[in-house]
Ligand binder design. Structure first.
Ligand SMILES: [Zn+2]
Length: 233
């Protein structure tokens, strides 16, 4: 069942290793088949070198196993909460990539300091507040998802396709799992640039709004003209 999606999600998980966004077994990618309402996600704690496409787990939108005997990623309830809230997304990624995680641990949003950030994220990357003790006790991973959704508020998720969870790390999403991985790569890159910028100039100001808008809209607006037609880049 869902062999192609399993293959896609397997490859997307390996991309996290290739781009040095994960150590050991940290991190996970999922994708959804909206017609069936099933999510394919990495199994929990399986090393990236041993993992095979057929090991990818199929769960429903409540995170219950549909196929496979292994345990799905422990972050599965976070992923399915995002899929339930946002019908327009098709893939979710979680990593502990170092620079984005440094901002998350510091409880600092990633300000939009330049055009690289503005090309991909429409505004500062937010920090979802740490959960209270009772929220962690009740259902840590699902409540992490609810905290992300609350922090995004009315912002269209595909305009700001990533967030930091305080004291934890980044989650990103996209129309597909591949797109969510791209956003995880870009998020780490802009976090690194922001860190260096703030080291060089701790009072560096955000990019002027008119320039941020120009860059975002030329790639994503109704009259987008960046790149080749249909190339998405
Ligand atoms: Zn984590």
């Amino acid at each position: 069942m869902l062999d192609q999606l399993k293959e896609d999600i397997f490859r997307a998980n390996l991309q996290l290793v290739e781009h040095r966004l994960v150590c050991l077994t940290w991190g996970n990618v999922s994708g959804i088949d909206r017609k069936r309402g099933y999510v394919v996600i990495k199994p929990s704690g399986v090393s990236y070198t041993d993992m095979k496409a057929e090991d990818m787990m199929v769960v429903d939108l409540q995170g219950r196993n549909v196929q496979g005997t292994m345990r799905p990623s422990s972050d599965t309830p976070t992923h399915v909460a995002l899929y339930r809230a946002w019908p327009e997304i098709g893939g979710v990624v979680h990593t502990h990539s170092p620079m984005a995680t440094a901002f998350a641990q510091a409880g600092r949003e990633i300000p939009c300091l330049g055009t690289t950030h503005a090309d991909h994220f429409h505004g500062a990357v937010r920090v979802a507040p740490a959960l209270a003790a009772d929220e962690v006790e009740e259902d840590y991973e699902a409540n992490t998802g609810h905290g992300i959704i609350a922090c995004m508020g009315e912002v269209p998720p595909l305009e700001l396709p990533g967030i930091l969870t305080a004291h934890h790390g980044p989650f990103t999403w996209g129309r597909t799992a591949d797109e969510a991985v791209q956003h995880a790569i870009v998020l780490e890159a802009v976090a690194r640039m922001a860190m260096d910028t703030l080291l060089l100039n701790p009072s560096a100001a955000p990019i002027p709004a008119y320039l941020a808008e120009k860059h975002y809209m030329r790639k994503h607006g109704a009259d987008a003209y960046y790149g080749q037609q249909g190339s998405g880049s």
